[in-house]
Design a protein around this ligand. Sequence first.
Ligand SMILES: *Cc1c(COP(=O)(O)O)cnc(C)c1O
Length: 374
Amino acid sequence: MNSTACLHIDQQLLSENARLLHTLCRRQGVELAAVVKAGCGLEAVAQAVLAGGCDLLADSRLDNIARLQQAGVDARMMLLRLPAPSHAEAVVSLADISLNSEYDAIHALHQAALRQGRRHGIMLMVELGDRREGVVPGQLPALIERLRPLSGIRVVGVGSNFGCLGGVRTTQQNLSELVRCAQRAEAQLGYRLEVVSGGNSGALPLLLEGRLPAGINQVRVGFSMLLGRNPFTDQPLPGLHVDVFELDAELIEIQTKPSLPEGEVVLDAFGQVPRFEDRGPRVRGIVGLGRLDTDLATLRPADPRIEVIGASSDHLVLDLTRSGPHRIGERIRFVPGYGALVQAMLSPYVRKQLRAPAITVPPVPARSPFPALP
Ligand SMILES: *Cc1c(COP(=O)(O)O)cnc(C)c1O
């Protein structure tokens, strides 16, 4: 491949992140569902997470799950995105559990499961404020009632999700409401639910402070495990690596230029009227990385003295005035945020390079690095 851009993946650091989170969760009786969807089906990401001790993988895409299984990844699989009825056969054959809120989809899963001679696990999603997937709490009993005759499925749990659409924070209040929904569902079903799944990385701050409401016994974590950061503040979480992933690309031009464009300014290649501040002549560099490769809004240069000026499809323009001297061909390093990571994973133009192909299983930390943890 002739790309100048490369995404470096450190499996060792990722397995250490997974191991620490898995251990901290287990100490509180919480299962860690390792969300690997940002890995876009890359086996190395899943294997690192499994080496860290997680035994449940979660992904939003059937294609990713299929790719992992074809690569020989052997783990329990949970499908995060609500299944489309037309995919019921694949959902049942690829995933052990799926997240659901619609009777018709669950009915299709039931039929597919009967055809395949299996029983498919259903986690019912409850909408508790973020206004993405899930039934409102008042509708849960009616849905459960309709599911009773469906022998191809088993309701294994309830779950909720926060912070993804409405930007609503995961709190003790909304998770306590989920626990109450679970208790009512158990009374109605007549058995204990295996899983009460309290959300995504946004549930970790509560868990790490020991404030997760009793009754929540699963969290589904991608962002913080992969990037090592608190999703509310973007600050590093103690004990986790923030450098599992790094993106770099080659400098293909270094020239001193005025900072303001010259000539009549019209729409740029992306339909925007660009605006620049006049800072006089600046040393500007171009790296061989662009909007076709990654999400530039969530990409930071690793050297804080380097500033991003702008980008088009294939060119990322940097201000190198304070960081130089640089040379043509030098690789400039970047820290990807979640969006940048996913886009770089997906881009066929970005090479993926494993930093630590052989993982040594990381030791279980004796003490929690989180001061607040009991
Ligand atoms: C993506 C996703 C998660 C994981 O979210 P992170 O913020 O990456 O931890 C959890 N649950 C559902 C339903 C998701 O789609």
